[in-house]
Design a protein around this ligand. Structure first.
Ligand code: FES
Ligand SMILES: [Fe+2]
Length: 336
């Protein structure tokens, strides 16, 4: 057998192979996360007097609803000895620690101890900004929200809305899913949406906290659709418009239990009326099919933007927005 060093060198033909990438900071990189509204539960999962624990930003939070109906989201670990409040219970409008029965009000302030000692000054949890919209509980990563979530353009009383939760973590950051919205190559290739016009890059309305644009298109099966869709922050997708002639609204939120994964809470809405039930069934089928088309790609991707083409014009702008997006972790001391 010949010695490999005696074999003639084979020159590599063509240009040097090099991968050009310009990565986006990952959730949790350098200890910070995008400052956005993240879904943590469906409103229907938390009745009055109930609480649930959730993993959030690589830490732990508790979502509870007082007897007054108000929802609160606080850090989970009790400042006494660190018990997980998710094992406790709601008493009135307060959450009680399972260990020594300290109680925290809806602002996360300790108002009594089980044994009767006065609560130490500054005994408090981290209280997150929270809102309930589209039947979903949203939590802002910050002391105060930087922006508000939009509403559907129809009054609540005119629509019927059905929620869903996909709580099995998908193996990429939620902003990767958000980046699908301005990714017009993917709309055409993965979801088989054919635009009736040129790519609508010039129609994208860029805003400080996201963007919206309208497309006029034909979907699978030759279904006409004219939709306005967009992203807010790093984790909120919405789309409203007419699908096969009927009004449809969709919201998808990308939760962040830990860096490198996301979970999905969403809703489908249609106009109230005799055809609403059928329309909701179609909308649910479409959501399932669309997430199913994205899932195998997003669950395995290592998202590193590399060489883009002219079809990626809006995607490139969104990736710049993501690179510059504010990141912080003010609850770090509390939720870890
Ligand atoms: S650990 Fe919560 S009251 Fe003691
Ligand atoms: Fe997609």
């Amino acid at each position: 057998m010949s010695d490999p060093k005696d074999l003639p060198a084979v020159p590599i033909k063509g240009p040097a192979r090099k991968r050009f990438v310009n990565p986006i900071p990952a959730e949790g990189e350098n200890g910070v996360y995008t400052q956005s509204w993240f879904p943590v539960a469906l409103s229907s999962q938390i009745e009055k007097g109930q609480l649930v624990g959730r993993d959030f930003l690589d830490g732990r939070i508790v979502v509870f609803r007082g007897e007054n109906g108000q929802i609160s989201v606080v850090s989970a670990y009790c400042p006494h000895l660190g018990a997980d409040l998710a094992q406790g219970k709601v008493i009135g409008n307060q959450v009680q620690c399972p260990f020594h029965h300290w109680e925290y009000d809806q602002n996360g302030v300790c108002v009594k101890t089980g044994i009767g000692d006065p609560p130490p000054p500054n005994a408090c949890l981290f209280k997150f900004p929270v809102c309930e919209k589209f039947g979903i509980v949203w939590v802002f990563n910050g002391e105060a929200p930087l922006f508000e979530l939009p509403d559907f353009p129809l009054p609540d009383e005119d629509i019927v809305l059905v929620n869903y939760a996909f709580e099995t973590p998908i193996n990429c950051d939620g902003w990767v899913f958000s980046a699908n919205t301005p990714d017009m190559q993917h709309l055409k290739v993965v979801h088989k949406i054919q635009f009736n016009t040129d790519d609508p890059h010039e129609l994208v309305d860029w805003q400080p906290w996201g963007f919206d644009y309208t497309y006029d298109a034909v979907h699978q099966g030759g279904v006409p659709m004219k939709m306005r869709l967009g992203i807010r922050g790093s984790s909120f997708f919405w789309r409203v418009g007419h699908y096969d002639g009927w009004w449809r609204g969709t919201v998808t939120g990308y939760g962040c239990p830990k860096g490198g994964t996301h979970v999905i809470y969403g809703c489908n809405a249609v106009r109230k009326g005799p055809d609403a039930e059928r329309q909701l069934e179609v909308a649910a089928m479409l959501s399932k099919r669309t997430v199913g088309e994205d899932y195998p790609i997003l669950n395995t991707i290592r998202y590193k933007p590399g060489l883009l083409t002219k079809s990626d014009k809006s995607l490139a702008r969104f990736l710049k927005y993501l690179r510059e997006y504010p990141r912080a972790h003010p609850s770090a001391d509390f939720i870890n």
